[in-house]
Write a protein that binds this ligand. Structure first.
Ligand code: KG4
Ligand code: ZN
Length: 337
């Protein structure tokens, strides 16, 4: 079964063709990073307009790369939630137009479910497994009971991990996208140079919180500046390394605590922050130490792309999840459905 997938939830316009949920026949991404860089972050209005400009070309390119025409496609999958509403609407309406004109079934896909599905590409991974989902907007520990049946075990109470990385990077004057830059700079720093706090959370023991840590690192940057260090003399490598160490510690501690409590030995990670080099190394080390099987998507499948939407779309289609022409986009939606 060949699925054409469309993704436009944030600042990448993407299209892909995926066969039987596991094999990527084509994947095209038009990134808007350069346009948002001058503003230090994604400007929703600009994102929507750029999706409008890019989507037809990206779609045509994806079919061409797969050497297929639309009448050889069995279903059209599209990210419909969560994300920037104006950005999502572009992809959703484009997919609806295609489905209406070609009479091909339309499959709505949840963005975070598709991040998880990036782990299925060229892989034999099957549910059940426990997944750490870490992106710019979400930080969840999800029990993937089946391809379309998920349970949230823990989640952030405030900022998402990616958001915390971006804000810390911005406070140090790093260009957007901050998380990637902070990660690179942290490689040359000492993770123990600065002691940063860990959150104290009551209620669910698997929930995260990053706002206290974010405030602490911003205060640390201000204090360092007041010591007479100008921004260009800040010990950015050491601050970045200490901050990254704290974020990864918070994420991995709760993730492995949940895995032990649930008795799950098959683990995965997903989302933009899954590209973080320390997180990847620590997950590998802890998985080996705890005798767990760990799945990490390749770097090119961690960030937003349509291949992962085609994978999840396949399993959504098999479970009967199709939409009619009343399909709408939603800025927020639980991964549990
Ligand atoms: O999944 P994604 O591409 O978009 C959303 O669904 O939000 O995630 C983007 C987030 C951004 O906050 C970005 O800074 C973060 O992932 N990110 C990273 C790294 N690469 C991307 N954070 C830390 N280290 C990285 N290497
Ligand atoms: Zn994403």
């Amino acid at each position: 079964m060949k699925i054409l997938a469309i993704e436009s939830s944030c600042d990448e316009t993407a299209a892909a063709v995926v066969q039987d949920g596991r094999t990527v026949l084509s994947s095209v991404i038009a990134s808007q990073v350069e346009q948002h860089k001058i503003y230090g972050g994604v400007v929703p209005e600009i994102a929507s307009r750029m999706h409008c400009e890019a989507i037809c070309g990206v779609y045509e390119h994806a079919l061409q790369q797969a050497n297929l025409s639309l009448n050889q496609i069995d279903a059209i999958a599209v990210t419909h939630a969560p994300g920037l509403i104006g950005a999502l609407l572009v992809g959703v309406n484009f997919a609806k137009g295609l489905a209406l004109a070609s009479k091909i079934p339309l499959v709505p896909v949840h963005h975070l479910r598709s991040h998880i599905a990036a782990n299925y590409i060229n892989n034999t991974l099957k549910p059940p497994f426990l997944c750490l989902v870490v992106s710019g907007g979400h930080s969840h520990i999800v029990m993937v009971e089946d391809y379309t049946k998920m349970q949230i075990i823990g989640k952030t109470r405030d900022d998402a991990a990616g958001e915390a990385f971006d804000k810390a990077a911005r406070a140090m004057g790093m260009p957007y996208p901050g998380g990637v830059n902070l990660d690179k700079i942290a490689e040359g720093g000492d993770p123990l140079a600065f002691k940063l706090p860990r959150p104290k959370i009551t209620g669910s023991e698997y929930d995260f919180s990053f706002s206290g840590l974010k405030t602490a690192v911003i205060n640390l940057i201000h204090n360092e500046n007041q010591k007479g260090n100008s921004v260009d003399k800040l010990p950015v490598a050491d601050i970045s390394a200490s901050f990254r160490f704290a974020v990864v510690d918070i994420l991995t501690t709760n993730f492995f605590k949940a895995a032990k409590a649930l008795g799950v030995k098959t683990l995965a990670v997903a989302g933009g922050v899954a590209a973080n080099s320390l997180l990847r190394r620590e997950l590998e080390r802890l998985a080996a130490e705890n005798d767990c099987e760990l799945h990490i998507p390749p770097l090119n499948l961690c960030g937003d792309n349509a291949a992962m939407v085609g994978c999840q779309g396949y399993y959504e289609f098999l479970s009967g999840n199709t939409a009619d022409m009343s399909l709408n986009a939603a800025a927020t939606m639980s991964i549990q459905g």
